[in-house]
Design a protein around this ligand. Structure first.
Ligand SMILES: Nc1ncnc2c1ncn2[C@@H]1O[C@H](COP(=O)(O)OP(=O)(O)OP(=O)(O)O)[C@@H](O)[C@H]1O
Length: 290
């Protein structure tokens, strides 16, 4: 049996001003994968396609080994989904809204839901319309975490959350992963969230997948280089995927750390990048660099 919980094959979706082009991506069972990318990179589009909420121009998505097109209801029963915007009826209370949502899930656990509400400091009597953006996100998370899902798919779940709760949420996710059958895919542009919990990082840039690798692989391959502009000859530049040059020197990103070390060791500062460095300098550099 495959150890991939999600298999995305050659997925393409075209809008007037944007297209997600030929994305193939496997998400490993038993791990947390963070989907990163700048605003408008296509993260929500990819997630919506994976959930069967949008129809691709080409390609296919399989979750738990089944096609989302053919087995959507069975698959979704096993997914805890958090969308990037609120889909609740604003005039209802939390309790009434839950009453609409829960019957869709065979494994709905009312005790767990109550515990989640308490943990997230939400009252069942509160009307959705009086919840703040962060509180709506918490409610959405409380629902997604209350039916013993095998897979959590969350679009920007930490957006709108204060730092204290963001940290708590990351701890909740890490706890869930103690059960190795569970898997999590979540998108974010707060890349520091991923330093703590993610095992794999998938990076989308302008609708294309740049990489989907373990954090170790990424930090083995990528490096930040800072040095004097006089080091910048054609051979050196070829090794950079992104560069920012100023009068006092350059800052560059490579995805070929060993080659850069062979050329520049002792002449430039070569350091481990952050995920933010990778996102920022990729945007400043060339196109896809797999
Ligand atoms: N239904 C649609 N019709 C037309 N264009 C769309 C539609 N949905 C998304 N887009 C465009 O596709 C691009 C990618 O959007 P998407 O929401 O997938 O990006 P994202 O990576 O999730 O961004 P963000 O981090 O800002 O949420 C954007 O330029 C957006 O305007």
């Amino acid at each position: 049996m495959s150890n991939n919980v999600i298999e995305i094959h050659n997925l393409t979706k075209r809008f007037k001003q944007f297209s997600l082009e030929n994305v193939s991506l496997d998400i490993k069972q038993g791990f947390i994968t963070g989907l990163i990318g700048a605003n408008g990179a296509g993260k929500s589009t990819l997630i919506r396609l994976a959930m069967g909420m949008a129809v691709p121009a080409a390609g296919e998505v399989r979750i738990f080994g089944q096609s989302i097109k053919e087995q959507e209801a069975d698959i979704k029963e096993r997914i805890g989904f958090v969308a990037d915007d609120s889909h609740f009826y604003e005039h209802l209370t939390i309790r009434t809204m839950k009453g609409i949502y829960a019957p869709f899930y065979k494994n709905w656990d009312e005790t767990l839901f109550k515990r989640n509400l308490e943990r997230f400091e939400l009252s069942p009597k509160t009307k959705i319309k009086s919840l703040s953006k962060g509180m709506k996100m918490k409610f959405s998370l409380a629902l997604a975490l209350s039916h013993k899902a095998d897979l959590l798919i969350m679009d920007e779940p930490t957006a709108g959350l204060d730092p204290v709760f963001r940290r708590e949420l990351l701890d909740i996710l890490a706890d869930l992963m103690l059960d190795e059958r569970k898997s999590i895919l979540f998108s974010t542009h707060i890349t520091t969230d991923l330093d703590r919990v993610a095992d794999y990082i998938a990076f989308l840039h302008k609708g294309k997948l740049v990489f989907n690798e373990s954090k170790e692989q990424i930090f083995d391959r990528y490096a930040m280089i800072r040095g004097d502009n006089e080091l910048l000859d054609a051979d050196v530049r070829k090794l950079f995927v992104g560069i920012k040059e100023t009068a006092v020197g350059f800052e560059a990103l490579t995805n070929n750390r060993s080659a850069v070390e062979a050329l520049l060791s002792g002449h430039a500062h070569i350091e481990r990048p952050t995920l933010e460095d990778i996102m920022f300098l990729t945007a400043k550099g060339a196109a896809t660099h797999v």
